[in-house]
Every structure is written in C-alpha cells, then in structure tokens.
Design a protein around this ligand. Structure first.
Ligand code: 6GU
Length: 229
C-alpha cells in the first residue's frame, strides 16, 4: 500500500532537496510514498492573496486566517485523510505517534508561520503535533521530521531487523556500536565484542543499553513517565 502525504506550506522551496536524498528518495522510488506540496496562498480569495491578519483583541504579529487553509484542506481531504496541524502547542511527538501514523493511508500536514493560527483551524484537524519544547520559525522543519520518521517505518523501506534493534524500540536507547579498527588513538573496542561469543555479546549489549539510558535519559528508565512509548 502506498502512503500519500500532502504538505500545506507557504514555503514549498524549503523542502527542495530534503526528500530527494537517501532513504526518503528510495522510498519514493520504491512506490512506498508520494509527497505533494500545496502553497495555500494560492487558495486565498483575497485580491492580494493575503493569508494572515492582525489578532482580534490586539497583540503582536500576524495570525493565519481560516479561509485559505480551510479551502485547501477541503480540496484534498478524503474519508481516509488524517489532518495534522504542526504547532508548538501540539502534543509532543514521540516514536509511538510515528508508528501509529505509519499505518495511515493519507496524511495532510499543515505548517504554520508567523505568530500562530486562527484557533478555528483546529476544528478541521484530527491531531496537533509539536516536535519538542522549543520554538521554530514555522512548521516546515517539524513536518520534515514527521515525514522522515514515518516514511522509514513503512514496510520494506528499512529492514525489519534494523527497526527492531534501535533506540525506543524496547523502551531504551540503542546499545553502543563500534566498527574497525579495534584500537583507534588508544581507544579500545570492548573486548567482549571481539570474542565471537554471541550469548555474552547479547548480555553485554543489554546491560550497556540500560546503563547508557540511565546516564542520558533517566526519564525513560523511570517507567516511561513522559509517554515515549
Ligand atoms: Cl510543529 N512548530 C513550530 N513553529 N515550533 C515548534 C514546533 C512546531 N514543534 C516544536 N516547536
């Protein structure tokens, strides 16, 4: 099954190149995903193609208006569409959400810019997502993060084995990995990895993943309070 992704953005040029390399490029070539861009300025009924206006009640900046986004979404949405608003006030994105979204047929991603959206735009969305607790200039980079993390999960884009042994797949960060040479500038690869003893290696990796998670992300070890999985 091919996934379709439509991205609503005022800056489609920002995506030039990003989806033309590496695994996303391959997924497109394999027919796993098709990605379309829509500049919703083209949908504005305003004579000057305005897409935003000043906030009612006053305050700084400009707010994206309902009309262009409502009309653009109405043109492309079907009964299979999942409409997602990218906003710093959305639900924080986690691998669990990426996995859920990788099962959808059609994603519509709406990127904002400027100070925000007219609150009524939320009424046409199924989900609101933020990629973390910091502010970006717009939703474009966040939408790239979603596309990348979702497309790699589509069947056969990446080997099943790779997906099984990665960070977050088992509530922990990935185990440390090394490659040749065995000693580099005096830095040694752990002896056990050179032993050829697969049972011992497995045991070492489990412990090392646990210790690394405890060091870098104690919140993950403490019973998934943040809902990573
Ligand atoms: Cl989705 N948009 C913006 N503008 N800032 C963000 C974000 C999204 N996620 C985190 N920061």
């Amino acid at each position: 099954m091919k996934m379709r992704i439509d991205i609503l953005t005022l800056f489609p040029d920002m995506y030039q190149g990003v989806f033309e390399e590496s695994i996303i490029k391959r997924a497109k070539e394999m027919g796993k995903v098709e990605i379309y861009f829509h500049n919703f300025r083209d949908d504005s009924l305003d004579p000057h193609k305005k897409v935003d206006d000043t906030p009612y009640g006053g305050g700084p900046g400009m707010v994206l208006s309902c009309q262009p986004i409502f009309d653009c979404v109405a043109k492309i949405r079907t009964k299979d569409s999942k409409v997602i608003l990218l906003t710093p006030s959305g639900k924080v994105y986690k691998e669990k959400i990426a996995i859920e979204l990788s099962h959808e047929k059609h994603l519509i991603l709406i990127c904002g810019h400027y100070e925000g959206f007219d609150e009524r735009i939320r009424t046409i969305c199924d989900l609101e997502i933020s990629i973390g607790d910091y502010v970006l200039t717009g939703g474009e980079i966040a939408s790239m993060v979603l596309v990348d993390s979702i497309v790699r999960l589509l069947p056969d884009v990446i080997s099943k084995d790779s997906l099984l042994e990665e960070s977050f797949s088992n509530q922990l960060l990935d185990y440390p990995t090394y490659t040749k040479p065995a000693i580099y500038k005096g830095l040694k690869v752990p002896e056990v990895l050179l032993s050829g003893n697969h049972a011992l290696i497995e045991k070492w990796r489990k412990e090392a993943a646990y210790n690394k998670t405890l060091e870098m992300r104690p919140d993950l070890v403490e019973g998934d309070k943040n809902g990573t999985l």
